[in-house]
Write a protein that binds this ligand. Sequence first.
Ligand code: NAP
Length: 294
Amino acid sequence: MVNILCTTGRIRTEALKTNMGQELFGIARNKRWSLNGMTALVTGGTRGIGYSIIEELAEFGAIIHTCSRNQTELNERLKEWENKGYKVTGSVCDLSSREQREKLMETVSSNFQGKLNILVNNAGVSVGKVILEVDDEDMSYIRRNNFESTYNMSQLAHPLLKASGNGNIIFISSVSSSIALPVVSLYGAYKAAINQLTKNFACEWAKDNIRVNTVAPWLIRTHMIKPLEEYPAGREFLNSLLSRTPICRTGEPEEVSSLVAFLCLPAASYITGQIIYIDGGITVNAGGFDPTQI
Ligand SMILES: NC(=O)c1ccc[n+]([C@@H]2O[C@H](COP(=O)([O-])OP(=O)(O)OC[C@H]3O[C@@H](n4cnc5c(N)ncnc54)[C@H](OP(=O)(O)O)[C@@H]3O)[C@@H](O)[C@H]2O)c1
C-alpha cells in the first residue's frame, strides 16, 4: 500500500483495504462521472453538434429540453429520442427573438421546477462573405443569432442555474475566434466575443456555483460545412484547410459532444473560464508545418 502524506489521501488508502471501502469508492467515482437526474437545456438540438450533445448528455443520465425553429424536424428528433429511451422534450423557438427566448425559459422553468443544471448555448448560424460584401443585414443577423441570443439566454437561465446549486454553462465558439480565416470575419468576431464572455461570466457567477466554459471547434461534419462539400471550389478550399490540420480530416459531432459532457460532469468541478479548442491541432500549427509532407 502506498503511503500518502495528504490526510484525505490516507483516509482513502485505508478505506480501500476493505471491500466496503472499495464499494464506497466505486459509488463516489460513479457519482463524479454521472449526470443522473441533472437537467439541461441544449439550444439547436435537431442537427449537427447540438444533436450529438443531447445524445451524449442523455447517455450520462441527464433530462433535456431543446429547441429549434423547425417544428417538423423537432418532432422527428423527439420521437427518435423517445424510442431510444432518452428523456428529451422540445419546443419551437427562434432564439433571435427576445420574446421567444423568454417564453422558452418559462417552459424550461416549468418543466424542471425552476432548477437547471446545464445550459448549452449551441445554436448558431454563419455567413460566408468577404469583408467588403458584408452589409447591415448580415451584421444584425449574426449579432442577434450568435451573440445577443447567447448572452441573453445565459441571463435568463441564471436564476435557474443558481437554484440548482450546481450550474454549468457551455458556450460553443469556433476556431475562427482566434485565427484569421477567409469569409468569416463577422462570424469569427462574434465568436471571439463569446470567448471573452466565458471569462467574465465565469468570474462573476462562480459565487453562485455556476461554472462557465467554452468549446471551440474546427471543421465539424454538419450542415454548416456541407455547402463547402457540394461544389469543386468549396471542396478545394476545404482540402486546403485540412492540409494544414495536423489530424488531416474534419471532426465528427461526437468528438465535440464528449468534451461538452465532460465539462458538465462533477469530475470537472474545478474547471471554469476556459476556452478549449477541438481542432485536430490547427491552432497550434502556425503554417510552417505541412502534415502531408511527413
Ligand atoms: N460545424 C462546424 O464546423 C462548426 C465549427 C465551429 C463552430 N460551430 C458552431 O457549433 C454550433 C452548432 O453548429 P452546427 O455545425 O451543429 O450547425 P447546424 O448543423 O446548422 O445546426 C444548428 C442547429 O441550431 C438550430 N438553430 C440555428 N439558429 C437558430 C435559432 N435562431 N433559433 C433556434 N435554433 C436555431 C438549427 O435548427 P433550425 O435551423 O431548424 O432552427 C440546428 O438545430 C454553432 O454555434 C456553430 O457556430 C460549428
